[in-house]
Design a protein around this ligand. Structure first.
Ligand code: ADP
Ligand code: ZN
Length: 435
């Protein structure tokens, strides 16, 4: 029987949750209207008063917020409390442009720790566990987020941070770490380094991992689980909302429960902004309803996913989101066809390749080309030239049948693609340099 960290919330009846959300939403909207000129003027423009927002059903009357709004009000323009009440700042890793900054009061940090503690508990973590955190510590939310959750649970946090992978392996072994937290791509790199150092999963004590901060496929999950001898759980979050712990996976491993007592989720049509029904794919939009310093309203994440209220076998009643299939900004448009890197990853791993790959997109004479560069194992690499070109051809056909466009395939020697210690860089879009 799985444990919960806060059962009264995680298994609450829908009506109770809705009334808690409505109450928190109304008071948050009132507070930001009074304290943040940005929201006041946006709401005034739409003719919406704070009193118009009484229940969750009123949410759709509110304006959206965008990453650009954070940039325009950089650094502190969206803070809803005076700076003296802010005890911590974090900034986004800047994957998609200029960095943005967010703030936390002590209460916000407590909420965040609760959210991450729920995620760790769902992965089987208790106070007996040793939680090895290889997300980066610093302005990036990954490290301190997971750390806060582990400490909140009374587990033992090991703040290794990312990098120096050989040392990660030594610490995993020597400290007897039982739970690993990092990006999925870094988990694979740690596994690779473990085996390259002459060890196997039998030499470490890990039982589970909580991985997120970047898209990853189920195929990659299976690879990590196999190599490290663990169960691998997904965790979702973003700096603008709180950091990791917005959503987390339970033992059913079929999507992430959203901590909806703190964050209301909507799914919208990214083109029209229309709110879509549950079980329909669209852009995820979050509203923070309990945070003090940075309670963003209807934030357009650009992450594409689906939410569902189908009953979950773990007993949690929190709404679930599917693994986001990537951001609208990651989606490549190649000769008019939409391609997500995660689709390519699925084909690669399905065909027995590693998750060490890169997608290079280029344009010449107005014609887009896509090249998938993937590493093969040493044994395969020593194959004949004929054998290799046959493999490349097979992969190219598999990609074509899935994507509907042809891609060039380049098979590479092991260890030729740079490894990431944080978020993996999957796409090199040379067209951007041409624009
Ligand atoms: P940046 O925007 O600079 O990358 P963040 O660390 O805030 O900084 O990144 C948050 C983003 O990371 C999310 O919007 C989402 O695109 C991605 N992400 C986070 N967790 C996951 C996950 N479990 N699966 C897929 N994508 C994720
Ligand atoms: Zn569940």
């Amino acid at each position: 029987m799985e444990r919960y960290y806060q059962p009264e919330i995680e298994t609450a009846f829908r009506e109770e949750m809705l009334s808690l959300q409505s109450e928190r939403l109304a008071s948050t909207v009132k507070r930001v209207y009074e304290n943040v000129p940005f929201y006041r003027s946006k709401m005034d423009e739409l003719g919406v008063n704070p009193e118009d927002i009484q229940t969750v059903a009123d949410l759709k009357k509110l304006p959206f917020s965008y990453k650009q709004d954070l940039r325009d009000t950089y650094p502190y323009g969206l803070f809803a409390v005076p700076l003296k009440d802010v005890v911590r700042l974090h900034a986004s890793s800047g994957t998609t442009g200029k960095q943005i900054v967010v703030g936390y009061t002590q209460k916000d940090l407590d909420i965040w720790a609760d959210c991450c503690a729920r995620a760790l508990t769902a992965a089987g973590c208790t106070e007996e566990d040793i939680v090895h955190v290889s997300y980066g510590y610093g302005l990036f939310t990954g490290g301190l987020g997971a750390d806060g959750g582990a400490m909140r649970l009374g587990a033992t946090a090991v703040p290794v941070s990312s990098g120096n992978t050989q040392r990660q392996v030594t610490i995993l072994k020597d400290f007897g770490s039982t739970i690993l937290c990092c990006t999925p791509s870094y988990a694979l790199h740690i596994a690779e380094t473990l085996y390259a150092s002459g060890y196997t999963k039998d030499d470490i004590s890990l039982k589970a991992g909580v991985f997120g901060a970047e898209p990853w496929t189920n195929e990659m999950r299976h690879q990590i689980e196999e190599l490290l001898g663990i169960k691998a759980f997904d965790i979702y979050g973003l700096t603008e909302i709180i950091g990791p712990g917005v959503g987390f996976e339970c033992v059913e491993q079929s999507g992430m429960h959203i901590n909806e007592d703190h964050f209301i989720v909507e799914v919208i049509d990214p083109d029209t902004g229309e709110v879509l029904p549950e079980d329909t794919q669209g852009e995820l939009v979050f509203t923070c309803i309990s945070k003090e310093a940075f309670p963003i309203l209807r934030y357009r994440t650009r992450d594409i996913g689906v939410i569902t209220r189908k009953k979950c076998s773990c007993g949690r009643t929190l709404v679930k989101m599917t693994k986001p299939r990537g951001r609208t900004d990651d989606m490549l448009i190649i000769r008019g066809v939409n391609v997500f890197p995660s689709q390519i990853e699925t084909v690669l791993l399905d065909k027995g390749y590693t998750a060490n790959y890169q997608i290079v997109v280029d344009r010449s004479h107005n014609f887009d080309s896509i090249e998938v560069r993937v590493e093969i194992s040493n044994e395969v690499f020593s194959d004949t030239v004929k054998g290799l070109s046959q493999r490349a051809k097979e992969l190219s056909e598999a990609l074509k049948s899935l994507l509907g466009i042809s891609a060039k395939v380049t098979l590479l020697e092991p260890n030729t693609i740079p490894r990431s210690e944080g978020k993996a860089v999957r796409v090199v879009d040379k067209r951007k340099l041409l624009d």
